[in-house]
Design a protein around this ligand. Structure first.
Ligand code: GYE
Length: 329
Protein backbone atom coordinates (compact mmCIF):
# COMPACT_ATOMS: atom_id res chain seq x y z
CA UNK A 1 0.00 0.00 0.00
CA UNK A 2 2.84 2.35 0.93
CA UNK A 3 4.43 1.69 -2.44
CA UNK A 4 1.22 2.78 -4.21
CA UNK A 5 0.95 6.04 -2.33
CA UNK A 6 4.58 6.92 -2.85
CA UNK A 7 4.36 5.96 -6.50
CA UNK A 8 1.42 8.20 -7.23
CA UNK A 9 2.86 11.10 -5.25
CA UNK A 10 6.14 10.82 -7.12
CA UNK A 11 4.32 10.73 -10.42
CA UNK A 12 2.08 13.64 -9.60
CA UNK A 13 5.28 15.56 -8.84
CA UNK A 14 6.64 14.68 -12.26
CA UNK A 15 3.44 15.77 -13.98
CA UNK A 16 3.43 19.08 -12.14
CA UNK A 17 6.99 19.78 -13.25
CA UNK A 18 6.11 18.96 -16.82
CA UNK A 19 3.18 21.33 -16.80
CA UNK A 20 5.42 24.17 -15.61
CA UNK A 21 7.94 23.33 -18.32
CA UNK A 22 5.30 23.50 -21.03
CA UNK A 23 3.91 26.78 -19.83
CA UNK A 24 7.28 28.52 -19.75
CA UNK A 25 8.18 27.00 -23.12
CA UNK A 26 5.52 29.09 -24.82
CA UNK A 27 3.03 26.31 -25.48
CA UNK A 28 5.39 24.03 -27.39
CA UNK A 29 5.58 20.37 -26.54
CA UNK A 30 8.96 20.92 -24.96
CA UNK A 31 9.33 17.25 -24.34
CA UNK A 32 9.65 16.09 -27.90
CA UNK A 33 13.38 16.40 -27.71
CA UNK A 34 13.61 17.37 -31.39
CA UNK A 35 14.27 21.07 -30.97
CA UNK A 36 10.63 21.91 -30.29
CA UNK A 37 9.74 25.27 -31.78
CA UNK A 38 6.11 24.53 -30.97
CA UNK A 39 6.04 21.23 -32.86
CA UNK A 40 3.59 18.66 -31.59
CA UNK A 41 4.79 15.35 -30.16
CA UNK A 42 3.19 12.52 -32.12
CA UNK A 43 1.88 9.75 -29.85
CA UNK A 44 0.07 6.58 -30.90
CA UNK A 45 -2.41 5.28 -28.34
CA UNK A 46 -3.66 1.69 -28.66
CA UNK A 47 -6.82 1.51 -26.54
CA UNK A 48 -8.56 -1.81 -25.80
CA UNK A 49 -11.95 -0.85 -27.26
CA UNK A 50 -15.08 0.68 -25.80
CA UNK A 51 -16.39 -2.16 -23.66
CA UNK A 52 -17.45 -0.29 -20.52
CA UNK A 53 -18.21 2.97 -18.76
CA UNK A 54 -14.74 2.76 -17.24
CA UNK A 55 -13.23 2.58 -20.71
CA UNK A 56 -15.16 5.64 -21.94
CA UNK A 57 -13.89 7.65 -18.97
CA UNK A 58 -10.35 6.41 -19.57
CA UNK A 59 -10.46 7.30 -23.28
CA UNK A 60 -11.75 10.77 -22.48
CA UNK A 61 -9.03 11.29 -19.87
CA UNK A 62 -6.34 10.22 -22.37
CA UNK A 63 -7.71 12.38 -25.19
CA UNK A 64 -7.84 15.41 -22.91
CA UNK A 65 -4.31 14.91 -21.63
CA UNK A 66 -2.79 14.20 -25.06
CA UNK A 67 -4.45 17.25 -26.65
CA UNK A 68 -2.85 19.67 -29.10
CA UNK A 69 -3.16 22.30 -26.42
CA UNK A 70 -0.85 20.20 -24.29
CA UNK A 71 1.61 19.77 -27.16
CA UNK A 72 0.58 16.37 -28.52
CA UNK A 73 -0.78 14.97 -31.75
CA UNK A 74 -2.63 11.83 -30.69
CA UNK A 75 -3.22 8.99 -33.11
CA UNK A 76 -6.01 7.04 -31.43
CA UNK A 77 -6.88 3.40 -32.11
CA UNK A 78 -9.52 1.31 -30.32
CA UNK A 79 -9.14 -2.39 -31.08
CA UNK A 80 -12.64 -3.59 -30.15
CA UNK A 81 -11.16 -6.04 -27.64
CA UNK A 82 -9.31 -7.95 -30.35
CA UNK A 83 -5.70 -8.63 -29.20
CA UNK A 84 -4.43 -9.26 -32.76
CA UNK A 85 -5.94 -6.00 -34.01
CA UNK A 86 -4.34 -4.15 -31.11
CA UNK A 87 -0.90 -5.54 -31.97
CA UNK A 88 -1.43 -4.52 -35.62
CA UNK A 89 -2.29 -1.00 -34.47
CA UNK A 90 0.99 -0.82 -32.56
CA UNK A 91 2.90 -2.08 -35.63
CA UNK A 92 1.19 0.65 -37.64
CA UNK A 93 2.33 3.29 -35.11
CA UNK A 94 5.89 1.98 -35.45
CA UNK A 95 5.83 2.16 -39.24
CA UNK A 96 4.43 5.70 -39.08
CA UNK A 97 7.39 6.71 -36.93
CA UNK A 98 5.48 8.13 -33.97
CA UNK A 99 7.63 9.56 -31.18
CA UNK A 100 6.04 7.49 -28.40
CA UNK A 101 3.46 4.72 -28.07
CA UNK A 102 0.96 4.29 -25.25
CA UNK A 103 -0.86 0.96 -24.88
CA UNK A 104 -3.73 -0.24 -22.69
CA UNK A 105 -3.04 -3.95 -23.35
CA UNK A 106 -6.20 -6.06 -23.80
CA UNK A 107 -4.45 -9.22 -22.63
CA UNK A 108 -1.22 -9.84 -20.71
CA UNK A 109 0.47 -12.28 -23.09
CA UNK A 110 1.76 -11.98 -26.64
CA UNK A 111 3.54 -8.61 -26.44
CA UNK A 112 7.22 -9.57 -26.58
CA UNK A 113 7.72 -9.36 -30.37
CA UNK A 114 5.99 -6.06 -31.05
CA UNK A 115 7.52 -4.42 -27.97
CA UNK A 116 10.93 -5.55 -29.22
CA UNK A 117 10.12 -4.02 -32.63
CA UNK A 118 9.24 -0.69 -30.98
CA UNK A 119 12.43 -0.85 -28.95
CA UNK A 120 14.50 -1.60 -32.10
CA UNK A 121 12.89 1.42 -33.77
CA UNK A 122 13.85 3.57 -30.77
CA UNK A 123 10.22 4.34 -29.88
CA UNK A 124 9.50 4.33 -26.14
CA UNK A 125 6.38 2.52 -24.98
CA UNK A 126 4.35 3.57 -21.94
CA UNK A 127 1.69 1.16 -20.68
CA UNK A 128 -1.43 2.49 -19.01
CA UNK A 129 -4.20 0.60 -17.19
CA UNK A 130 -3.45 -3.11 -17.82
CA UNK A 131 -0.13 -4.89 -17.46
CA UNK A 132 1.75 -7.33 -19.72
CA UNK A 133 3.75 -10.48 -19.04
CA UNK A 134 6.63 -9.31 -21.30
CA UNK A 135 10.02 -8.47 -19.72
CA UNK A 136 10.13 -5.03 -18.10
CA UNK A 137 13.01 -3.78 -20.20
CA UNK A 138 10.76 -3.86 -23.29
CA UNK A 139 8.74 -0.87 -22.07
CA UNK A 140 9.62 2.38 -20.34
CA UNK A 141 6.95 2.51 -17.65
CA UNK A 142 3.43 1.52 -16.58
CA UNK A 143 0.75 3.48 -14.75
CA UNK A 144 -2.46 1.94 -13.46
CA UNK A 145 -4.27 0.32 -10.60
CA UNK A 146 -3.51 -2.55 -8.26
CA UNK A 147 -6.06 -5.07 -9.59
CA UNK A 148 -5.14 -7.77 -7.12
CA UNK A 149 -5.71 -5.39 -4.23
CA UNK A 150 -9.09 -4.49 -5.74
CA UNK A 151 -9.99 -8.20 -5.72
CA UNK A 152 -8.81 -8.49 -2.12
CA UNK A 153 -10.95 -5.52 -1.06
CA UNK A 154 -14.03 -6.98 -2.79
CA UNK A 155 -13.35 -10.37 -1.19
CA UNK A 156 -12.83 -8.87 2.26
CA UNK A 157 -16.28 -7.29 2.04
CA UNK A 158 -17.78 -10.66 1.04
CA UNK A 159 -15.92 -12.48 3.84
CA UNK A 160 -17.16 -9.91 6.35
CA UNK A 161 -20.73 -10.05 5.02
CA UNK A 162 -21.09 -13.84 4.74
CA UNK A 163 -18.25 -15.32 6.81
CA UNK A 164 -19.44 -18.66 8.22
CA UNK A 165 -22.83 -18.63 6.48
CA UNK A 166 -22.89 -21.18 3.62
CA UNK A 167 -23.03 -18.96 0.51
CA UNK A 168 -23.40 -19.86 -3.14
CA UNK A 169 -21.50 -17.42 -5.33
CA UNK A 170 -21.36 -16.89 -9.09
CA UNK A 171 -18.65 -14.84 -10.76
CA UNK A 172 -18.72 -12.69 -13.89
CA UNK A 173 -15.10 -12.57 -15.00
CA UNK A 174 -13.51 -9.84 -17.11
CA UNK A 175 -11.93 -10.48 -20.50
CA UNK A 176 -10.08 -13.81 -20.44
CA UNK A 177 -6.32 -13.32 -20.25
CA UNK A 178 -6.56 -9.67 -19.18
CA UNK A 179 -4.60 -8.50 -16.16
CA UNK A 180 -7.65 -7.22 -14.25
CA UNK A 181 -9.56 -10.50 -14.77
CA UNK A 182 -6.58 -12.56 -13.62
CA UNK A 183 -5.64 -10.39 -10.66
CA UNK A 184 -9.15 -9.63 -9.43
CA UNK A 185 -9.91 -13.37 -9.37
CA UNK A 186 -6.70 -14.11 -7.48
CA UNK A 187 -7.17 -11.32 -4.91
CA UNK A 188 -10.77 -12.25 -4.18
CA UNK A 189 -9.96 -15.95 -3.81
CA UNK A 190 -7.25 -15.11 -1.29
CA UNK A 191 -9.57 -12.91 0.75
CA UNK A 192 -12.41 -15.46 1.03
CA UNK A 193 -10.17 -18.42 1.82
CA UNK A 194 -11.48 -20.27 4.87
CA UNK A 195 -15.00 -18.76 4.64
CA UNK A 196 -18.17 -20.68 3.77
CA UNK A 197 -18.43 -18.93 0.38
CA UNK A 198 -18.50 -21.49 -2.44
CA UNK A 199 -18.01 -20.53 -6.10
CA UNK A 200 -20.69 -22.52 -7.89
CA UNK A 201 -20.00 -21.01 -11.34
CA UNK A 202 -17.63 -18.54 -12.98
CA UNK A 203 -17.61 -17.35 -16.60
CA UNK A 204 -16.40 -14.41 -18.63
CA UNK A 205 -18.81 -11.62 -19.54
CA UNK A 206 -15.98 -9.79 -21.33
CA UNK A 207 -16.37 -6.66 -19.17
CA UNK A 208 -19.52 -5.65 -21.12
CA UNK A 209 -23.09 -5.03 -19.98
CA UNK A 210 -24.47 -7.41 -22.63
CA UNK A 211 -21.94 -10.07 -21.69
CA UNK A 212 -22.86 -9.78 -18.01
CA UNK A 213 -26.55 -10.01 -18.82
CA UNK A 214 -26.23 -13.06 -21.07
CA UNK A 215 -23.99 -15.02 -18.71
CA UNK A 216 -26.19 -14.15 -15.71
CA UNK A 217 -29.28 -15.35 -17.63
CA UNK A 218 -27.50 -18.68 -18.03
CA UNK A 219 -26.64 -18.85 -14.32
CA UNK A 220 -30.26 -18.05 -13.40
CA UNK A 221 -31.60 -20.73 -15.71
CA UNK A 222 -29.25 -23.26 -14.18
CA UNK A 223 -29.52 -22.39 -10.47
CA UNK A 224 -32.61 -20.17 -10.15
CA UNK A 225 -32.75 -16.93 -8.16
CA UNK A 226 -32.98 -19.00 -4.96
CA UNK A 227 -29.89 -21.01 -5.82
CA UNK A 228 -27.56 -17.99 -5.90
CA UNK A 229 -26.73 -15.85 -2.85
CA UNK A 230 -23.89 -13.68 -4.12
CA UNK A 231 -22.56 -12.30 -7.40
CA UNK A 232 -18.99 -11.08 -7.77
CA UNK A 233 -18.68 -9.06 -11.00
CA UNK A 234 -15.20 -8.01 -12.14
CA UNK A 235 -16.67 -4.67 -13.27
CA UNK A 236 -19.77 -2.52 -12.81
CA UNK A 237 -21.00 -2.91 -16.39
CA UNK A 238 -21.33 -6.69 -16.05
CA UNK A 239 -23.08 -6.19 -12.69
CA UNK A 240 -25.51 -3.79 -14.39
CA UNK A 241 -26.25 -6.36 -17.10
CA UNK A 242 -26.74 -9.02 -14.41
CA UNK A 243 -29.18 -6.75 -12.56
CA UNK A 244 -31.35 -6.66 -15.68
CA UNK A 245 -31.24 -10.46 -15.88
CA UNK A 246 -32.11 -10.89 -12.17
CA UNK A 247 -35.04 -8.49 -12.43
CA UNK A 248 -36.30 -10.22 -15.58
CA UNK A 249 -36.20 -13.52 -13.65
CA UNK A 250 -38.36 -12.00 -10.91
CA UNK A 251 -35.56 -11.54 -8.38
CA UNK A 252 -34.56 -8.47 -6.38
CA UNK A 253 -30.91 -7.57 -7.03
CA UNK A 254 -29.10 -6.48 -3.87
CA UNK A 255 -31.52 -8.49 -1.71
CA UNK A 256 -32.21 -11.96 -3.16
CA UNK A 257 -28.77 -11.93 -4.70
CA UNK A 258 -26.15 -9.65 -3.13
CA UNK A 259 -23.75 -8.01 -5.58
CA UNK A 260 -20.18 -6.79 -5.24
CA UNK A 261 -18.40 -5.20 -8.21
CA UNK A 262 -15.39 -3.13 -9.20
CA UNK A 263 -14.96 0.27 -10.98
CA UNK A 264 -17.30 2.82 -9.30
CA UNK A 265 -18.45 4.42 -12.56
CA UNK A 266 -21.53 6.63 -12.43
CA UNK A 267 -24.13 3.98 -13.36
CA UNK A 268 -22.59 1.49 -10.95
CA UNK A 269 -22.60 4.04 -8.13
CA UNK A 270 -26.25 4.86 -8.90
CA UNK A 271 -27.16 1.16 -8.66
CA UNK A 272 -25.30 1.06 -5.33
CA UNK A 273 -27.23 4.08 -4.05
CA UNK A 274 -30.46 2.38 -5.24
CA UNK A 275 -29.57 -0.75 -3.27
CA UNK A 276 -29.20 -3.00 -6.33
CA UNK A 277 -25.45 -3.37 -5.80
CA UNK A 278 -24.20 -3.82 -2.23
CA UNK A 279 -20.53 -2.83 -2.38
CA UNK A 280 -18.16 -1.36 -4.97
CA UNK A 281 -14.38 -1.21 -5.10
CA UNK A 282 -13.13 1.76 -7.09
CA UNK A 283 -10.86 1.54 -10.11
CA UNK A 284 -9.80 5.03 -11.12
CA UNK A 285 -9.87 5.53 -14.93
CA UNK A 286 -8.42 9.05 -14.90
CA UNK A 287 -4.91 8.09 -15.95
CA UNK A 288 -4.43 10.50 -18.87
CA UNK A 289 -2.44 13.21 -17.14
CA UNK A 290 -0.17 10.66 -15.51
CA UNK A 291 0.43 8.84 -18.80
CA UNK A 292 1.13 12.13 -20.62
CA UNK A 293 3.55 13.16 -17.87
CA UNK A 294 5.39 9.88 -18.29
CA UNK A 295 5.63 10.24 -22.07
CA UNK A 296 7.01 13.75 -21.64
CA UNK A 297 9.55 12.69 -19.04
CA UNK A 298 10.70 9.63 -20.97
CA UNK A 299 11.17 11.68 -24.16
CA UNK A 300 13.11 14.27 -22.17
CA UNK A 301 15.46 11.51 -21.04
CA UNK A 302 14.37 11.72 -17.40
CA UNK A 303 14.57 8.63 -15.23
CA UNK A 304 11.14 7.22 -14.43
CA UNK A 305 10.01 4.30 -12.28
CA UNK A 306 8.82 1.09 -13.95
CA UNK A 307 5.47 1.06 -12.17
CA UNK A 308 3.17 3.75 -10.80
CA UNK A 309 0.13 2.67 -8.82
CA UNK A 310 -2.83 4.99 -8.40
CA UNK A 311 -4.74 4.53 -5.16
CA UNK A 312 -8.31 3.11 -5.11
CA UNK A 313 -11.03 3.34 -2.45
CA UNK A 314 -14.20 1.38 -1.61
CA UNK A 315 -17.86 2.41 -1.32
CA UNK A 316 -20.78 1.23 0.78
CA UNK A 317 -24.28 2.38 -0.13
CA UNK A 318 -24.11 5.32 2.32
CA UNK A 319 -20.66 6.37 1.13
CA UNK A 320 -21.79 6.24 -2.51
CA UNK A 321 -24.80 8.43 -1.77
CA UNK A 322 -22.55 11.03 -0.17
CA UNK A 323 -20.16 11.38 -3.13
CA UNK A 324 -22.10 10.38 -6.26
CA UNK A 325 -22.91 13.92 -7.38
CA UNK A 326 -19.35 15.17 -7.02
CA UNK A 327 -17.62 12.41 -8.96
CA UNK A 328 -16.28 13.30 -12.42
CA UNK A 329 -17.10 9.95 -14.07
O1 GYE B 1 -12.32 -2.43 -14.75
C1 GYE B 1 -13.29 -2.51 -16.91
C2 GYE B 1 -12.71 -2.24 -18.25
O2 GYE B 1 -8.73 -2.56 -17.43
C3 GYE B 1 -9.19 -1.70 -15.31
O3 GYE B 1 -11.36 -2.66 -18.13
C4 GYE B 1 -9.67 -1.91 -16.69
C5 GYE B 1 -10.99 -2.64 -16.79
C6 GYE B 1 -12.17 -2.02 -16.06
O4 GYE B 1 -13.37 -2.74 -19.27
O5 GYE B 1 -14.50 -1.87 -16.72
Amino acid sequence: MRRSVLGSIALIGAVALTAVGCASGGGGAGAGGDGGGGELVTVGFAQTGSESGWRSANTESMQEAFSEENGFELIFNAADNDPAAQISAVRDFISRGVEAIVIAPIVEDGWDDVLQEASDAGIPVILEDRTVSAPEDLYASWVGLDFKKEGVMAGEWAAEEFGDTPTKMVVLEGTTGSAPANDRAEGFAEAIEGTAIETIDSQTGDFTRDGGKTVMEGFLQKYGVDGIDLLYAHNDDMALGAIEAIEAAGGVPGEDIKIVSIDAVKDGMQALVDGKINFIVECNPLLGELAAGLVTDVLAGETVEKTYYVEDQTFTQEQAAAVIDSRPY
